[in-house]
Design a protein around this ligand. Structure first.
Ligand SMILES: [Zn+2]
Ligand SMILES: [Zn+2]
Length: 250
């Protein structure tokens, strides 16, 4: 999923051309539907004379991913430029001035992490709220600091996982945008979701009261459902409180 405004994409899929302009890849895990395009993404950026991509990924899989890219370099008789940055949950990683992320462990069948991205902004101190613009300018001229820094959680991308991270790390629920996988929809597929370590639509519905994000994005639906199935099932089951702010990303 590409987020142009933040110059990043969460996972890289098959390495689509529209992602080539993004400098940062935040990889959640190495299932092929999320990671198979990694060498192509690197090669495409090289072809376009773009800077080497910064690829963030779970620390445990760095060696395997490097071996994969190296094998492709040998096959194509060329070297490529890229950075693989091992990510440790809970650590802050700066993407650019005023933009950083922290990762959290997720629960899937292979090593996996989710990402919460923050913007740093400055907010007016409570003492000065309500003052007119010229008064604030005056204070600034006197060298008085009228603002303080805040960290705004702009987006959380959980990636493939059971619903467990939402219960374990409630801070991810504070994001403006929350992107959740919703692989399974039909009530009879609940056991399958559990077995394959994926999220079921009913897991989300059960937590509706806690989903205070401005926008909820549901994605990664099983190919067993048609587009019509997805829209119909989701809208039939979501409570009113979620319907208006939910977007389906197919
Ligand atoms: Zn997966
Ligand atoms: Zn997947």
């Amino acid at each position: 999923m590409a987020v142009r405004e933040l110059n990043l994409c969460f996972d890289i899929g098959k390495g689509p051309r529209y992602a080539a302009g993004l400098d940062n890849v935040l990889l959640t895990h190495a299932h092929q539907d999320h990671a198979v395009g990694i060498a192509l993404h690197i090669a495409t950026r090289q072809l376009l004379d773009a800077t080497p991509p910064q690829i963030y990924l779970p620390a445990q899989i760095v060696d395997d991913v490097r071996n994969l890219i190296s094998a492709w370099e040998r096959l194509e008789r060329r070297r490529t430029r890229y950075s693989l940055i091992p990510v440790v949950a809970g650590t802050r990683y700066d993407l650019r001035k005023g933009l950083f992320f922290k990762a959290f462990p997720t629960e899937h069948t292979i090593p996996s992490i989710g990402y919460q991205v923050f913007e740093e902004r400055r907010k007016l101190k409570p003492d000065y709220v309500g003052l007119e613009g010229p008064a604030i300018v005056d204070l600034k001229k006197q060298g008085i600091e009228v603002t303080f820094p805040i960290e705004l959680p702009v987006i959380t991308f959980v990636g493939d996982s059971t619903i467990a991270p939402l219960d374990r790390f409630p801070e991810i629920l504070t994001s403006e945008i929350l992107v959740l996988e919703c692989t399974f929809l039909a009530p009879e597929d609940r056991a399958m979701a559990k077995k394959k370590r994926h999220t079921h639509l009913l897991d989300i519905v059960e937590r509706a009261d806690r989903l205070t994000c401005d926008t909820l994005v549901l994605t990664h639906f099983s190919t067993r459902y048609t587009r019509e199935d997805v829209h119909r099932e989701v809208m039939a089951v979501l409570p009113e409180s979620l319907k208006g702010k939910t977007r389906i990303f197919l």
